[in-house]
Design a protein around this ligand. Sequence first.
Ligand SMILES: [Zn+2]
Length: 447
Amino acid sequence: MSYLYSKLLTNIVLPLGDVLTRNQIMKYYNLYDKMQWMNKHSIRAYQDNKLIETLSIAYKEVPFYNNLYTKHGVDINSIKTINDLHRLPVVTKSDLRKSYPDGCTRSTKFPWREYCTSGSSGNPFAVRVDNETMSMARALMFLRADYSGWNIGDPYLQTGMSLDRGIVRKLKDILLKVEYASAFDLSDRVLDMYLDLIERKKLDYFMGYAGSLYCVAERALAVGFNTPLKGVVSWGDNLYAHYREKIERAFKCRVTDTYGCGEGIQIAAQCGRDDGAYHIFMPHVALEVVDDDGNPVPPGHGGNIVLTRLHPGAMPLIRYWVGDIGVKSGEESCPCGRGFELLAKVEGRDTDVVVTPRGNRLIVHFFTGIFEYYKSIDTFKVIQEERSRITVLIVPCPNFRLEHWESLKSEILEKGDPDLHVDMKLVDEIPLERSNKRRFVVSTIRS
Ligand SMILES: [Zn+2]
């Protein structure tokens, strides 16, 4: 039955939904699903073609890249493969921010939306993403979930930050058998509701932000929850070793972590290997690990992650400095049989959970979900040193006004906990942690 339902969704219902909503999710899902089993040579050839196409469009249609490559004296015709990428200059968020939107976007025939992201850097930053790029990213969201053993149509619980699901999303939730849970409120009462939902609706899979999965797992262990799941998929913040251990113990199954960023790029997912390496979604993104000057570092060595989305879309991202640290794996193949290259490790999403006076748990996405709408804030960091109080460090943009803070603060109180004392401190900069990482929620107390 579930096999038939999965086929019905994959082959008929979802493709029809794509037509009605002007998306192409299933087209790309089928492509990526097939490509992951191809040999590396063929996947590389596909990447190289996509790179040449993306570069040529960006150079012709996007002033930002045209000026950049002209200034650096790069002949883009000499860039023929992924291995040539290192000859192009890297691009930072602040470079793009300066020329947004007119200088770094282009028009495509698809409708687009602006996504504001705090990503892991803490800097709100706008990216224009069109429907085609978003379809690719959504296709990869299905694929990343597949790596846990989940199939389209298997019922699951998902935590997230979008409270208003809208009609299309609600319909999709019903068809895909998703129970959607808000990660804004993670108090004991709500966590018990989620555990109850898993049992009552016989949900076999659980997906969401690593921090929220951890909070649910902690509660499950505390109340003696005893229903094994088949798989857990995490994303967003860092899946620490102690998060993984607790989640796997609570739900008696494997957690497969995934790596993506809010800029319309899904990057990689774990396939369940013991060493925890991630398969990079090669048809969608070229991932380089480079030193501080942008030069490639060999596999096995840590460096900065630089991404090239292999599709120009409404805002090309070529050698984009995402702000995370990673290590490529030297292994050429994986026992699971997938041909996508391996990323041994990714870091840079380190955060803590803030436990409030009333017992709510605020994960990093609680804060980014609020801060990303305030463009007058350059960077922020939340520090909790006592249970009743948090201090928010803010690096303001020139257009920052005190009203922005007032409204932000009331959102934190309303969605988080009205009993929390929230202080603000304006600062000129927030120093990075070791190895250039930014931890933007730090709690020094243990719940
Ligand atoms: Zn694998």
